[in-house]
Write a protein that binds this ligand. Structure first.
Ligand SMILES: *Cc1c(COP(=O)(O)O)cnc(C)c1O
Length: 365
């Protein structure tokens, strides 16, 4: 009799797990503090929560015993209005992460390749690994700007797609329209992940009619505060969207997420004014970080700021902040040594970050 593990696909057996953010209870326990002392600035979440209409709409809905619409009629109509593209170009997903996974499964056979300019969001290489494909990392330059020549030079007969966020996570900088067009001209699938669009206002959405190989991703996790309900979308060529609609799990977006999305899109005024507060807070946080000797913050178009810590100090600063109840994202690899990413929170959270860094680094106030 074979051992059950021998039946597993080797690439799944050896898969490197994606490190997501831990629940607040776990963070509190780790730091030995009470739950209400936890400051979560490690997942680029929205500190203001969802629109107040969301809880009301979820509570008033009566038909949770029904399956959601596999054709996503209401969802696609609402998304169409918000995104400014026809319904037939849109697919809604269980987070934009699901759209990334669906694209990998639509385009990649085992052994195929995607190109990712790094450092970048971890989901692309993770989902490529799950598909048995390979993510080829191409280094960004010293300013974290993408390197078009290096990317086109990395294309092989097995390359199917290029994935990049704009603004990039975790560096916060944009890919320009000219750079995007250069990538689109390769004819490969080009996935522009605009998870942070609302914090910068730059989009490739209007290039969709021009390029059948362009997919634009959006999410409601960050600007609309719906990370826990899992709702995102892809905008793409209608034929591609029809193919994706035909191969996705039929009920991929649950009814609670659909109701939350519709309630949020009926309250964009409030949600976008919160985005404005976060953008204003981003400037204040940047200035304060820049004023701390030893810390080098990178300008950001998103709702987080990447900071270079003094050489060799990344881990102890990160751990010192955890002990103070301030949870940030720590990077320590060949591309990002001694870096910490800080999500933009409420003003009082900014103050806790700044006094924490100053205390941990031993900088006098
Ligand atoms: C946060 C983030 C997402 C969001 O994923 P969801 O699955 O929609 O929550 C997608 N792409 C990037 C680059 C991100 O940083």
């Amino acid at each position: 009799m074979p051992d059950i593990e021998d039946l597993l696909l080797p690439h799944i057996h050896e898969l490197k797990t994606y490190q997501g953010v831990s629940p607040s209870e776990t963070l509190a326990e780790q730091a030995g503090i009470s739950l209400d002392k936890v400051i979560r600035l490690n997942g680029n979440e929205n500190p203001y929560g969802p629109s107040p209409h969301v809880a009301e709409a979820l509570g008033n809905f009566r038909d949770y015993n029904h399956y959601p619409d596999p054709a996503q009629r209401n969802l696609r109509a609402a998304l169409s209005e918000y995104l400014g593209v026809p319904d037939e170009n849109i697919v809604a997903g269980n987070g934009s992460d699901e759209i990334i996974d669906l694209l990998m499964r639509m385009f990649l056979a085992p052994g195929d390749e995607i190109i990712i300019p790094v450092p970048t969001f971890g989901m692309y290489s993770f989902s490529a690994d799950v598909a048995g494909a390979r993510a080829i990392s191409v280094r960004r330059n010293d300013d974290f700007d993408i390197d078009i020549e290096a990317i086109t030079g990395a294309i092989t007969p097995r390359t199917k797609a290029i994935f990049f966020p704009s603004p990039n996570n975790p560096t916060g900088n944009l890919v320009s329209e000219a750079q995007s067009r250069a990538l689109l001209e390769t004819g490969l699938l080009v996935v522009a992940d605009e998870a942070y669009y609302e914090f910068c206002g730059q989009t490739l959405m209007r290039l969709l009619p021009e390029y059948r190989n362009l997919v634009v991703l959006r999410t409601f996790s960050k600007w609309a505060g719906l990370a826990g309900l899992r709702i995102g979308a892809g905008a793409m060529d209608p034929d591609l969207a029809a193919t994706m609609m035909g191969m996705k799990p039929p009920y991929n977006v649950n009814l609670a997420a659909e109701i939350a999305l519709l309630a949020s899109l009926a309250d964009t005024g409030k949600l976008l004014s919160r985005v404005e507060s976060i953008v204003a807070e981003r400037s204040r946080l940047y200035e304060l970080l820049d004023g701390i000797p030893g810390i080098e913050p990178w300008p950001s178009q998103a709702n987080f700021i990447l900071c270079k810590m003094p050489d060799g100090r990344g881990l102890d600063v990160y751990e010192g902040m955890c002990r103070r109840g301030v949870f940030l994202r720590y990077f320590d690899n060949d591309l990002l040594r001694d870096y910490i990413r800080v999500s933009v929170g409420k003003p009082e959270e900014t103050d806790a970050v700044i006094s924490g860094f100053r205390a941990v680094l031993g900088v006098d106030d």
